[in-house]
Design a protein around this ligand. Sequence first.
Ligand code: PMV
Length: 316
Amino acid sequence: MTTTATAHTNIALIKYWGKKDPIFNLPTTSSLSLTLNEFYTQTTVSVNPLADELIINGQAFDSTRTHHFLDMLRDQLGDFAPLTVTSENHVPTGAGLASSASAFAALTGAVTRELGLDLSLAELSRLARRGSGSASRSFYGHFAIWHEGHDDVSSFAESLNAPAMPIALVVAEVSTATKKVGSTEGMRRAATSPDYDTWVKNSKVQLKDMLAAIQASDLEKIGTIAEANALAMHDLNLTARDAPFTYFTPETTQILTLVADMRRQGLLAYATLDAGPNVKIITSQAQAPGIVAQLQAALPALHLEIATSGAGIHYD
Ligand code: PMV
């Protein structure tokens, strides 16, 4: 028997950037995301007679993190036979777009189905959180909220049941030669910033304001809050007492300046950034092509894609 699951990646509009428990991946704040239609991971699992085997994008891949995750699932769900896991990432390569969210969500869905378990989305979300925090949000379409919780049971994501709206994200893929700081290490450093407690406090207010903006389908407000939250997250990296750093490259800064310029022209354009130099511009579906054209004119080598709101996990 084989089981195939597809999960889409998500971009946080209110970020997860810090762990209060690194083993269980319990975050210091609740976070909120938009699932993206265009970027996803499709994962097939089947029993392997010998040992767990991972094949990612057609190549054998020995990921310690994934092996540990499968063993954690055995602890939680009861022992199961070794598996062959075949995964295709439909996330632009080298884009620095986290494929870990869609990858751990698809893997959790495929393994539990293969075992004949019919878990709720909240239960799947709790399990996937242990592989990658952001994966907890990738089971749901459109907008999802990950409640920080205080233990393994209370920390999970759910759908916001938000109204449909014509939101779009322009993804600007900035290339980088330098090796990036992984999210776990980045979060550890950020927590040493003297501004960290303020960030946690502000994040609670921003989350409340974001929930209201989403229910009102107010794209301007969604963008304003998301940009403020993301830039404050990146300030923590710069002001870390232990090993300050930045994910920004000169091209990142250039794009942020262009986004501010476009806003002055009256366009709907707000930036958000994750653990890398790429910029995702929050806009409407109607304005996305114009934003792509302006960025392309200013930076001809820049790779740009338009993403829209996507669906939750599905099985073939
Ligand atoms: O889930 P992780 O460990 O890859 O961390 C994700 C961190 C951010 O992408 C920067 C923010 C988020 O909430 O997705």
